[in-house]
Design a protein around this ligand. Structure first.
Ligand code: SF4
Length: 412
């Protein structure tokens, strides 16, 4: 495991890239030839500010994880504002606030520390509502309680835990029923009334349409991976959970990107050859890692992250139940054996020759998953590299670049 975010060595890392936002801006410059990718990165750069501005003008908005939330929240006239995108705006100050003001221990997940700090510093912000799914993790649950004391309103969705025997259909249906009830409560908390089934069904159809377009885009990208580089591709996948607050603009961007990929000349690989890889786990804040992979001749063509893009939402169920079903049965939060099967599917579909497994410092879940996955794929002859990163980082270290290059080299 390489601890990231240590700045002792520089290698040929670009020292001017001191923040996540700087990487996005640099990416935007690199993709100047593509109106679609430029639009995508603009959506990302303006997302939180525009959501806050909309909330100031009276639109509904709430902080959420931004994974499965889009259909339910848009059906409730509420912009889902993703916590991870808030983290990406993070400053070094945020972690200091978490430690000093909240006495949040250093060894706790850096993602949670950053979020707490950012929320605290934005306490005058227009978005004071948070919807939290209790089953994510305990550090996040604690952060919810701490920030509640600072004047935020917190709604909790009670969790359901996947059974060890993940094929226990009866238990799964029980979980879906329980979660359906919880989500009904979320809709009432957001709007003061029961969910509008017609609108939710419309949003579920939209989600499926967008997923089809994303899969089409990923398939086209296999033939031209450097047209849209890895970091920008990751942003497309992240958008599945929230559409950057602008569903129509997100869909238009996808249409345009598909059009561009169908006709654009192939962008040559930086090192004359392409090593297909799959990214597994957290999506990461060290954007320099994505750049290091691309620059070494690797191309991340398969993704197994918190954003499920392989499975559709069920349109044959009552809409609220379809949301619960999606969460219980289709996301990466499912049981470990289904998770392994999902990664295998991604590896097969992308032709990945190796796995890059990413987790945040202090995340015990991530550590356990890495162990299980490493052993499983070692036995199958698929090499993997574990990366452990934090939310507050600048450019990647020289040590990291060397390791990533060596990994890609080894797979050539
Ligand atoms: S990275 Fe792990 S510990 Fe941190 S918020 Fe996510 S699940 Fe929780």
């Amino acid at each position: 495991v390489t601890p990231l975010g240590q700045h002792g060595e520089t290698g040929d890392a670009d020292e001017s890239l001191e923040s996540q936002v700087a990487y996005v801006i640099q990416n935007r410059r690199e993709h100047a030839y593509s109106p679609a990718v430029t639009r995508l990165l603009d959506l990302s750069l303006s997302y939180v500010d525009d959501a806050e501005a909309a909330a100031r003008k009276g639109s509904g908005a709430a902080w959420v994880m931004g994974l499965w939330d889009a259909p339910l929240f848009y059906a409730c006239d509420t912009i889902p504002v993703s916590l991870t995108e808030l983290g990406r705006l993070g400053s070094a100050e945020a972690n200091a606030v978490a430690e000093d003001h909240f006495q949040f221990p250093k060894e706790t997940c850096s993602m949670v520390a950053t979020l707490l700090g950012e929320w605290y510093m934005r306490s005058a912000s227009s978005i004071k509502r948070i919807v939290m799914y209790n089953g994510y993790c305990e550090p996040l649950n604690q952060a919810g309680e701490l920030i509640r004391r600072e004047g935020y309103q917190l709604h909790r969705i009670d969790s359901v835990v996947c059974p060890a025997d993940s094929d226990n259909e009866e238990r799964r249906q029980q979980m879906v029923r329980f979660l359906t009830g919880q989500l009904g409560g979320t809709a009432r908390w957001l709007t003061g009334k029961p969910v509008d089934d017609v609108r939710l069904a419309h949003e579920i159809r939209r989600a499926n349409r967008l997923l089809r377009k994303i899969r089409r885009m990923l398939d086209l990208r296999v033939h031209n991976p450097y047209y849209i580089r890895s970091l920008a591709t990751m942003f497309i996948l992240m958008g599945i959970g929230h559409y950057f607050g602008k569903p129509d603009a997100y869909e238009d961007m996808l249409d345009l990107l598909i059009e561009e990929l169908q006709t654009a000349a192939v962008v040559p690989a930086p090192r004359g050859r392409i090593v297909p890889l799959a990214w597994v786990g957290a999506r990461g804040q060290e954007f320099g890692v994505y750049k290091a992979v691309d620059d070494s001749g690797g191309a991340i063509l398969g993704w197994y992250t918190a954003n499920p893009w392989l499975a559709d939402w069920r349109e044959d169920l009552p809409p609220l139940e379809a949301v619960a079903d999606y969460w219980v049965n289709r996301t990466a939060r499912t049981s470990w054996d289904r998770r392994l099967a999902g990664i295998e599917q991604v590896v097969e579909r992308s032709g990945a020759r190796g796995l890059l497994m990413y987790m945040y410092v202090g995340c015990s879940f991530g550590g356990i998953h890495h162990e299980i996955q490493r052993t499983h794929f070692q036995e199958k002859g698929v090499p993997s590299m574990s990366l452990e990163g934090s939310f507050q980082v600048g450019p990647p270290t020289g040590q990291l670049l060397t390791r990533v290059r060596a990994f890609v080299e080894m797979l050539t």
